[in-house]
Design a protein around this ligand. Structure first.
Ligand code: ZN
Length: 467
């Protein structure tokens, strides 16, 4: 049978109009990473998360976690499939816009195939129901993160990749989001997180705690601390709510913690500008449960009661790292250089060594007691760690702070003080990289030449010839 010509023409026109209005098969899978130079599989392409709603139940005796993560995101391309990062745990069900979706897993990648493709710009909701024994991750540098079982519960820490051990998400600092967290634990235990507590109810031998983080947060800064907590609520001089949770073993040593938090916050606001979040505080676990501190948003986690320098360091991160987050893990020096410099400034402002004296001692190799530690700060340039095992090594901290001090020497105290505040304000609740920073500094003092500082201190190998 002969097909009449007019019909063929009509069909071609119909196909053309379908393509033009966005129907048919057009989407492609989102990428499985965001090309982070150190963690190429971290994060995922094709969408941007706006909000995580995590509803979790944890049984410390059985070390069993179950939950549902409901993620609201916006597609940034036409998507036939997209990935979430999740390490360990069993995925029981995935829905997209309420409809059951196919999924498969390979390593840390959970690939979701929605029944209908997602259009570029479309907001969608994906819910993942999962359970199992969450894993502890050993980082390339040997430290432990992810889900850490503790003497009386568990602690979640996520720098740089640990958050994928307890909830699926877009686990890269370049995609920040707000959070609602509900955690159900056996009655008698507490559960502390970021943001502000919004409720607590007990039924049938279990208590559910709810927390809300209204400001954007990089997922590595999310925490939940389950255990027996000595909770105190207070406020800073400026009226910012302070919520501290202390392991009873540390209660005596942490007696003055709320006052110390308030004092450090008041100083930091004076130095760094308006506090970017709606509450502050600290979580002090017993040492042995964890062996390092982390600047988890609003409420840094400490392994034992912190000394003033460490408290100041983690509070400074709320501006530098948490509000202004690194665009990739290569930009860690923007976190650690600033937080270390905050320690130097605190000392200077409180009758201790000036930042110049600290800088001079580091340059002369007299800051640390031993030679290896003194030499280690020159191992690599702060803006270019050699590999993932070195993103938290001493050059990132000390030499990062030295870069800031070189800038201060060049521009003077007044401009430098304004620059510290201006940088925090310009990228508040965002992300920034090293190039953003150098461009910002150059704009702040257009008559100065910073090229020597960038070449020798920020990007140069070895110890610069001149201090
Ligand atoms: Zn730090």
């Amino acid at each position: 049978m002969r097909i009449p010509r007019p019909l063929a023409v009509v069909t071609a026109a119909a196909v053309a109009s379908l393509v033009a209005c966005g129907g048919g098969v057009h989407g492609t899978p989102g990428s499985s990473g965001v090309r982070d130079p150190y963690f190429p599989k971290a994060g995922n392409g094709g969408y941007d998360v706006g909000h995580y709603a995590l509803d979790l139940t944890y049984d410390p005796g059985a070390r069993h976690l179950s939950g549902t993560a409901t993620i609201t995101a916006r597609a940034t391309q036409d998507l036939s499939a997209f990935n979430l990062d999740l390490k360990g745990l069993d995925v029981e069900k995935v829905t997209v816009e309420g409809r059951t979706s196919r999924f498969n897993r390979a390593g840390q990648e959970l690939t979701v195939r929605p029944p209908d493709e997602l259009d570029d710009g479309e907001t969608f909701r994906v819910a993942v129901r999962y359970s199992g024994a969450p894993v502890t991750i050993t980082d390339p540098d040997g430290s432990e993160e992810g889900w850490l079982p503790t003497a009386d519960g568990a602690l979640a820490l996520g720098q740089p990749t640990g958050s994928m051990a307890w909830f699926p998400g877009n686990h890269h600092p370049s995609d920040k989001a707000t959070y609602d967290l509900a955690v159900t634990v056996p009655k008698g235990l507490g559960a502390v997180s970021n943001g502000e507590p919004t409720g607590e109810r007990t039924a049938r031998g279990r208590t559910t705690y709810t927390w809300r983080t209204p400001e954007p947060m990089a997922s590595y800064l999310a925490t939940v601390a389950i255990g027996d907590w000595d909770v105190r609520r207070s406020a800073t001089g400026a009226g910012i709510p302070v919520y501290t949770a202390v392991d009873p073993e540390e209660a005596r040593a942490s007696r003055d913690l709320p006052a110390a938090v308030a004092e450090a916050m008041t100083w930091a606001q004076d130095r760094f500008g308006p506090y970017p979040f709606s509450s502050a505080g600290a979580i002090v676990d017993r040492s042995g449960d964890v062996d390092y501190a982390l600047e988890t948003q609003n409420r840094p986690v400490f392994a034992g009661t912190p000394d003033t320098a460490l408290l100041v360091h983690e509070i400074a991160h709320q501006w530098y790292g948490n509000s202004v987050s690194p665009r990739t893990w290569q930009d860690m020096w923007l976190n650690e250089g600033f937080a270390t410099y905050a320690e130097w400034l605190w000392q200077e402002d409180h009758g201790g060594d000036t930042a110049q004296e600290t800088f001079d001692a580091l340059y002369a190799g007299q800051y640390y007691g031993d030679e290896d530690a003194s030499d280690s700060i020159w191992a690599f340039p702060p803006a270019d760690p050699p590999d993932a095992a070195h993103i938290s090594a001493s050059p990132v901290y000390q030499r990062g702070a030295m870069v800031l001090h070189k800038i201060r020497q060049k521009v003077g105290d007044g401009t430098f003080g304004a620059l510290l505040q201006g940088w925090a304000s310009a990228h508040r609740h965002g992300t920034a990289d090293t190039e953003d920073f150098t461009a910002y500094v150059e704009r702040s003092a257009p008559d100065e030449d910073f090229s020597g500082i960038w070449e020798d201190w920020l990007h140069g190998d070895g110890r610069p010839d001149e201090p």
